[in-house]
Write a protein that binds this ligand. Structure first.
Ligand code: BJW
Length: 225
């Protein structure tokens, strides 16, 4: 089991040019994330939701990992087997920085899932225009991401790792979305030392043993050095 579990959120990719969700500029064409990232929102307007994710796939593909992603990859390289990153982000900047053990609790932009046959597959292009599923031929492909009300990925593995780790660090997330936001309670109850590295304090800040405020590209390299 890894000694250090790191939970990351949109804040770690902000300085790579990927917008966070709940900042003042967090709206997408006047839609809140809660309106586009739900099964109900998708059922009501699939073209809108595809446009939202197609744009984000292009932005993420053009973005580069920053010093915070690289610092976590360096930490894992220095301590093989000791570090796992659980990311809420659907971009692949941790992997491109060199992190090897990454769990995407909310899915991945570069994957699609067929709602007809449940096949999941790598996907690098647009989903607008409703391409057919290569397995069953039905035009029912959606981004392989987790929307509100849907079960997150690999929660059992994540809870096991968080329960047994010695250090639980949370980087760049508002703590507004469960179950990811509840992991700090599990870590603390099981004796891990907990740290929050975030641009600003938020409602969950009091749950952590250590709090380091500032931009991730400055705080994470210093914290992991
Ligand atoms: C920096 C920085 C810098 C900026 N340096 N820091 C009623 C109905 C249905 C569900 C619920 C309900 N009530 C509660 C729920 C549960 C719900 C939930 O939590 N809702 C809340 C909103 C109340 N959760 C769920 O539904 C989850 N599923 C679930 O519970 O399933 C139960 C179930 C079990 C079994 C069977 C079936 C069901 C699923 C949650 C899915 C969340 N999905 C999204 C979209 C994913 C795809 C996509 O990316 O589009 O995940 S929503 C969005 O929020 C995304 C993010 O991963 C997630 C968290 O956001 P994050 O990362 O924290 O970003 P921000 O913007 O909020 O914060 C950024 C932070 O960074 C800020 O604090 C900044 O200060 C900081 N920052 N720059 C450091 N440079």
């Amino acid at each position: 089991m890894p000694r250090i579990v790191v939970l990351t959120g949109a804040g770690i990719s902000a300085e790579s040019g990927i917008r966070t969700f709940r900042a003042a500029d967090g709206l997408w064409e006047d839609h809140r994330i809660e309106d586009v990232a739900t099964p109900e929102g998708y059922a009501a307007d699939p073209a809108l939701v595809h446009a939202f994710y197609d744009e984000r796939r292009r932005v993420a593909a053009a973005a580069q990992p920053n010093a915070a992603h690289r610092a976590l990859a360096d930490l894992e390289a220095r301590h093989p087997g000791d570090v796992v990153v659980v990311t809420q982000n659907i971009d692949d900047l941790h992997e491109r920085a060199g992190s090897r053990r990454v769990i995407h609790i909310h899915g991945e932009l570069e994957r699609a899932r067929c709602e007809a046959c449940d096949e999941r597959m790598p996907w690098h292009g647009d989903l607008a225009g409703e391409p057919a599923c290569p397995r069953c031929g039905v035009r029912a492909l959606r981004p392989d991401v987790v929307w509100f009300g849907e079960a997150v990925y690999r929660l059992d593995d994540i809870v096991d790792a968080v329960s047994l780790c010695e250090e639980f660090w949370v980087i760049g997330t508002s703590g507004a979305v469960t179950p990811a936001a509840s992991l700090v309670v599990i870590a603390a109850e099981n004796g891990a030392r907990t740290a929050l590295l975030n641009l600003e304090a938020h409602e969950e800040t009091a749950l952590f043993d250590d709090v380091v405020l500032g931009p991730a590209t400055a705080t994470v390299p210093a914290w992991t050095a």
